[in-house]
Design a protein around this ligand. Structure first.
Ligand SMILES: NC(=O)c1ccc[n+]([C@@H]2O[C@H](COP(=O)([O-])OP(=O)(O)OC[C@H]3O[C@@H](n4cnc5c(N)ncnc54)[C@H](O)[C@@H]3O)[C@@H](O)[C@H]2O)c1
Ligand SMILES: [Fe+2]
Length: 454
C-alpha cells in the first residue's frame, strides 16, 4: 500500500470520501488513558486522517505504521454471474430460485425499438413472470431518469429489477434500487461519492447489451446532475447487481461505432485499472487478461457483428476488466471523460477512447513496468527491449487499435473547441476518478492534455 503519513491539525480534519477510502478503528493507550481513534486511509489523496477527541502524535505515528501494514484489500463481486450466448434463458430458473415475484424492467427506448429488450422479456413472458417496463433511460442518464424510475418501481410494486442495456440502463437501475430501499437519498444528488446507505438496493438482475462499462459487476453508477451539468460518480457496495447475465447475443445488434467506442471504454477500464494507485496483484491479474482479450476480440466484434467469437470475447473481457476496476478505481482518463459527457453530451465510450493514447503516454513515467506487461499481453514486446521502448510500443499499439476501430482522434471532431477547455478542466481536476491516476496531475496538466488532442 503506497500511503504516506500526513498528520493534519489536532483533533479534526477534513476529508473527501471516495471509493478508495478505507476505514479503520483502533485504540491507543497512553498514561493509562485509552484513546479511541477513527482512522481514514485515503489512498487517492495519499493521506491518513485521524479523528479523535485528544491524542498524542508520537503515539499515533508508531501505531499507524503498524496499522497500515495490516490494512486489507477489499474485493466485491456479484453473488452469481452467467456467461455465454443465450445465457438469458436461465432467467426463469434464477428468478424461481431467488423467489422474486414481480420485476421492473429498466431499459431505454432504443433497445425497445431494436427488439433487444424483447429478447429478454420474451423469456419472461414464456415463463409467465410478471413485470412492468420503465424505458425512459437516456444515454448518460440524469437525476430525473432515476427519480422517474423510482416512481415507476413503486407504482409497479416490483420486488426486483431486470436491467437490460448498456451502462446507462444498468446505472439508472442501481440508482432506482438504492433509493427505493434507502428513501433518505431520494434527492439522488446526495448519493454522489460514497453515500452512507444502510440497505442493499432492490435486487437487480443485470443483462448488458454493450461490451463496455461492466456496470453489471461494478459497485459504481454514474448519473448526471442536470442543475450542475456534472457527472456524479456514486460508489456504493449496496448497489452491486445480485445476478449478472453476460449474453453476447444481446450485443449482436450494437452498431459498429458503438461497438468500437464501448469496447475502447472497456480497454480504458483495463489500462487505468492496471496502473491506478490502488492496483494490486489480484486486480492486475484481471486487467492484464482483459487487455489481452480486448486487443484480440474488439476488431472482430466491430467488423463481424454476429460472429460469436468476437462478441462473446468482448462480453467476457469487459466483465473481467470491470471485476477489477470496480475494486481499485480508475484515473485521469475517466476524470477528463466525465465532463465531456456532462457538458457536451459526448457518449461515454467515445470520450474515454479519444483520450486514451494521450493519457497513456502521459502516464509512462509512472507505469513503466505495467506498460511492459501490456506490451507482452498484446504481442508487441520484443526480446531485449528496454522498459521505455516497451512502453512506447504499447502506447502506439493501443493508438493503432483506436484508429483501426474508427475512434475519432480530435476533440474538434466532437464539437469541442479551445474555449471549452477551462470548464472541462475545472470539472476534471475535481472528478472522483482523477486522484487514482498513477502520475499526479494538476489542472494545468489537464489543460495541456486536452490541448494535445484538440
Ligand atoms: N457503472 C459503471 O461502473 C460505469 C462504468 C463506465 C461507464 N458508466 C456509464 O455508463 C454510461 C454509458 O453506457 P454505455 O456506453 O454502455 O452506453 P449506453 O447505455 O448509454 O447506450 C448507448 C446507446 O446504445 C444503444 N444500445 C445499447 N445496446 C444496444 C444493442 N445491443 N443494440 C443496439 N443499440 C444498443 C442504446 O439504446 C443507447 O442509445 C455512461 O453514463 C457512463 O458514465 C458506468
Ligand atoms: Fe468507462
Amino acid at each position: 500500500m503506497h500511503t504516506t503519513l500526513s498528520l493534519q491539525s489536532k483533533n479534526i480534519c477534513i476529508t473527501r470520501r471516495d471509493e478508495r477510502t478505507k476505514y479503520n478503528e483502533m485504540n491507543c493507550t497512553s498514561n493509562l488513558k485509552i484513546y479511541h481513534l477513527f482512522i481514514i486511509i485515503d489512498d487517492c489523496q495519499n493521506k491518513i486522517i485521524i479523528f479523535a477527541h485528544e491524542f498524542m502524535c508520537y503515539l499515533l505515528i508508531s501505531n499507524l505504521k503498524l496499522n497500515i501494514k495490516n490494512m486489507v484489500n477489499r474485493f466485491i463481486l456479484n453473488e452469481v454471474s452467467y456467461f455465454g450466448p443465450g445465457a438469458r434463458k436461465e432467467l426463469p430458473e434464477i428468478i424461481a430460485r431467488l423467489g422474486y415475484k414481480k420485476a421492473l424492467v429498466v431499459t431505454d427506448k432504443g433497445l425497445m425499438k431494436f427488439g433487444v429488450a424483447n429478447m429478454v422479456t420474451d423469456v419472461m413472458d414464456e415463463a409467465k413472470i410478471p413485470y412492468e417496463i420503465y424505458d425512459e433511460v437516456k444515454p448518460n442518464p440524469t437525476v430525473t431518469d432515476v427519480k422517474n424510475g423510482v416512481k415507476a418501481c413503486k407504482a409497479a410494486d416490483a420486488d426486483f429489477i431486470v436491467a437490460i442495456g448498456g451502462g446507462s440502463s444498468m446505472d439508472t437501475a442501481k440508482g432506482i434500487g438504492i433509493i427505493v430501499n434507502n428513501p433518505d437519498f431520494s434527492d439522488v444528488i446526495s448519493l454522489e461519492g460514497v453515500a452512507d446507505t444502510k440497505n442493499k438496493c432492490v435486487p437487480i438482475i443485470a443483462l448488458p447489451t454493450t461490451a463496455g462499462t461492466a456496470a453489471e459487476t461494478t459497485i459504481n453508477y454514474v448519473i448526471i446532475d442536470e442543475d450542475k451539468h456534472k457527472k456524479m460518480v456514486c460508489v456504493d457496495p449496496n448497489d452491486i447487481p445480485a445476478v449478472a447475465i453476460i449474453d453476447a447475443e444481446l450485443m449482436y445488434s450494437l452498431p459498429k461505432d458503438l461497438t468500437a467506442s464501448t469496447g475502447m471504454d472497456a480497454m480504458t477500464h483495463a489500462i487505468e485499472g492496471l496502473i491506478t494507485k490502488s492496483a494490486w496483484e489480484l486486480s492486475d491479474m484481471f486487467e492484464i487478461k482483459a487487455i489481452e482479450m480486448i486487443h484480440k476480440y474488439l476488431p472482430i466484434a466491430v467488423n463481424e457483428p454476429t460472429n460469436p467469437v468476437g462478441r462473446d470475447g468482448m462480453a467476457v473481457a469487459q466483465y473481467v476488466a470491470g471485476m477489477a476496476f470496480s475494486n481499485v478505481g480508475l484515473g485521469v482518463d475517466h476524470g477528463m471523460a466525465h465532463p465531456m459527457s456532462a457538458l457536451h453530451d459526448i457518449p461515454h465510450g467515445v470520450a474515454c477512447a479519444i483520450l486514451l493514447p494521450t493519457i497513456m503516454r502521459f502516464n509512462v513515467p509512472a507505469a513503466l513496468d505495467k506498460y511492459m506487461d501490456i506490451a507482452k499481453a498484446i504481442g508487441v514486446y520484443k526480446d531485449g527491449m528496454t522498459k521505455e521502448e516497451a512502453a512506447n510500443v504499447a502506447c502506439t499499439e493501443i493508438e493503432n487499435l483506436s484508429k483501426l476501430v474508427g475512434i475519432p482522434q480530435h476533440l474538434t471532431d466532437l464539437g469541442i473547441h479551445e474555449e471549452d477547455i477551462p470548464a472541462l478542466a475545472e470539472q476534471a481536476i475535481n472528478d472522483v476518478c482523477t486522484p487514482g491516476n498513477p502520475r499526479d496531475v494538476t489542472k494545468d496538466d489537464i489543460i495541456a492534455l486536452y490541448y494535445k488532442i484538440l
